[in-house]
Design a protein around this ligand. Structure first.
Ligand SMILES: Cc1cc2nc3c(=O)[nH]c(=O)nc-3n(C[C@H](O)[C@H](O)[C@H](O)COP(=O)(O)OP(=O)(O)OC[C@H]3O[C@@H](n4cnc5c(N)ncnc54)[C@H](O)[C@@H]3O)c2cc1C
Length: 442
């Protein structure tokens, strides 16, 4: 989105004269600002405000809702599967191009853990974040209404695997939300819930440095969160999480945030990839050894020219993705105009992370912050980064209103199954999974 946005600004004249055309292929008609997903899961930001509508922002681009399934750069064509090609039963349409920008990001890196594919949930998309919020509140409803202690215990046990940004922030925000929501349940106390963070290495949040990572562990443990370092999830079959330290937790919630890997689309191209599957790129953001192919973000292995040691790549995070996108757009314009290319150069400035309402941790420009100041900095930083003035204003208004009124604790899980009630009324088969049927009609 950032590349297309800058291109449509810089190529305004060419677009008006039909000398250029920008096509954006995207599965969703919106861009997701992922760093806000934990706050969306906690209900602090409405789902609509975490996303930016592409048709409105990229009003001079052609938006194709679909998925690129392969790229033949030698022939300058991409195969794109759209809803229409699915209905027509064709494999996809061929989209010819002159310049290619590949930025499909990353996908969850899973391991062959028994039960994970059936019971695990990721935390990379808006659907997952909102689904998880609804699920957590539903588990509290189940715990509140059952007389079976085993069902209650499993419903109130939440396991998060992976202590990076996504895992720590999602756990921090959801635990905080559930703790608050418990005051509205006559028979669920915060102490009844088990929140467990499983991390294979000996630290969490490597992005904020060692000291702040240690502080995060202490802070989470102070909140009664069971942080298990140097531990792995061995199995979650039959709804029991079995850890490598021998612990077993019956649970209905396993959130998998144990890292990311490059998008599988990259393997369906004829472009060079490194041993970790990212596209090999130059510091000018072209794909190595090819002309007219560009890449940025999590999918691109871009040399970090600011690093002291040679061979380091820019880490997969929003800080680099956003800045690379702009340089990439500028370099496409330079190429079209026969001008020299700009080198992408950005020294990582550090990170901020939220651990729940008014709680956070930060290590930015060498300064370490914790608690409220870090949380405030987290909000200020991401507010400055979320695209468009419209979104900034809406997010700010929501935060301001949240300061005046009580938090939202409602679960709208039934939104995920809008036909369930009608199907039941019409004599159809009701859904089997009670956690997907919050109205309890099964
Ligand atoms: C919960 C969470 C919190 C995070 N917090 C932070 C943070 O605080 N700070 C930070 O720096 N980073 C953070 N990150 C990481 C950051 O969000 C990513 O590094 C960044 O979004 C990468 O940008 P990208 O453009 O490469 O990929 P993405 O933002 O993932 O965008 C890729 C786009 O490509 C689309 N796409 C995928 N496949 C196809 C296809 N086949 N055809 C067409 N389109 C396709 C996707 O739908 C998506 O819109 C966080 C990530 C998560 C999940």
């Amino acid at each position: 989105m950032y590349t297309a946005l800058r291109l449509q600004r810089r190529l305004k004249r060419e677009l008006e004269r039909d000398e250029a055309e920008i096509t954006v292929v995207t599965p969703d008609p919106y861009m997701t600002y992922q760093p806000f997903l934990p706050e969306a899961a906690a209900g602090a930001i409405s789902p609509r405000h975490v996303v930016v509508p592409l048709r409105r922002v990229l009003d001079r681009c052609r938006i194709v809702i679909g998925e690129a399934t392969a790229v033949d750069h030698a022939k300058r064509t991409a195969t794109v599967a759209t809803l229409a090609t699915a209905e027509e039963g064709t494999g996809g349409q061929l989209l010819p191009y002159d310049e290619l920008v590949l930025a499909p990001g990353s996908v969850s890196r899973t391991l062959p853990v028994p039960g994970l594919a059936e019971h695990g949930i990721g935390f990379k998309s808006l659907e997952e974040a909102i689904g998880l919020r609804n699920h957590v509140i539903e588990q509290m409803d189940i715990a509140s209404s059952t007389r079976d202690p085993a069902i209650r215990d499993a419903a109130l046990t939440f396991v998060f695997v992976g202590g990076g940004f996504a895992g720590v922030e999602a756990l921090g925000e959801l635990e905080d939300m559930a703790r608050y929501a418990a005051r509205y349940y006559h028979n669920v106390q915060p102490e009844d819930m088990k929140w467990i963070l499983v991390e294979a290495s000996d630290r969490v949040l490597p992005e904020v440095g060692e000291e702040m990572g240690r502080y995060t562990v202490t802070e989470l443990r102070r909140r009664n969160i069971d942080v298990r370092l140097r531990t792995r999830l061995d199995s979650c079959a039959d709804r029991v999480a079995v850890l490598s330290d021998g612990a077993r937790f019956p649970t209905r919630t396993v959130v998998w945030t144990a890292g990311v890997k490059p998008h599988p689309l990259l393997a369906a191209t004829d472009l060079p990839r490194n041993d970790r599957g990212r596209l090999k790129c130059t510091p000018e953001l072209t794909v190595e050894g090819t002309a007219h192919a560009w890449a940025a973000g999590d999918a691109a292995a871009v040399p970090d020219v600011t690093a002291a040691e040679a061979g380091r790549e820019c880490a997969p995070n929003a800080q680099h993705a956003l800045r690379q996108a702009k340089v990439l757009a500028d370099n496409i314009v330079h190429t079209l105009r026969g001008e020299p290319l700009t080198t992408y150069e950005h020294a990582y400035v550090g990170s901020v992370a939220s651990l729940g309402l008014h709680k956070g941790v930060a290590h930015v420009y060498g300064r370490k912050l914790k608690g409220y100041p870090a949380w405030f900095m987290h909000r200020a930083y991401h507010l400055s980064r979320v695209p468009t003035f419209n979104r900034k204003a809406r997010v700010l208004a929501e935060w301001a209103l949240a300061g005046l009124f009580k938090r939202e604790i409602v679960s709208l899980g039934s939104l995920e199954h809008p036909r369930a009630e009608f199907e039941l009324a019409a004599g159809g088969k009701p859904p089997q999974d009670p956690s997907h049927n919050p109205k309890g009609s099964s």
